[in-house]
Design a protein. Structure first.
Length: 114
């Protein structure tokens, strides 16, 4: 049986202006650490986060970009951002699922499993 590829953020770019398109994000990745985003394999991602940490773009294989903006301008949770690859399903970036997992885990640690 063929093993499903494991999703993982290969590179993280903070303070990225969200007006950048595919080409702009590709230039940032190349300039900052020599990454060719067009060479990303399935399951590999580059995560770009805006300066106030309220929005992010996930650059994936096959020139796919997903955009997520937190409602009402709230800051994104760094722990949830780390877990995005675990919950990314190819359509939804998975931030809300990652955040729910963190909340559940913290609740169980404080109050015991229910």
């Amino acid at each position: 049986m063929k093993e499903k590829p494991r999703n993982m953020v290969m590179h993280l770019y903070m303070n990225t202006p969200m007006y950048n398109s595919h080409d702009g994000l590709a230039v940032i990745a190349k300039k900052e650490n020599g990454v060719d985003v067009k060479a990303l394999k399935v399951g590999q991602f580059c995560l770009f986060i805006n300066p106030p940490c309220t929005a992010c773009k996930l650059f994936a294989a096959n020139n796919v970009i997903l955009y997520y903006k937190h409602p009402k301008g709230h800051r994104l949770n760094p722990q949830a951002l780390q877990m995005i690859p675990q919950f990314f399903d190819g359509q939804d970036i998975g931030y809300n699922k990652a955040l729910a997992k963190i909340i559940k885990t913290e609740f169980e640690e404080r109050f015991g499993k229910k």
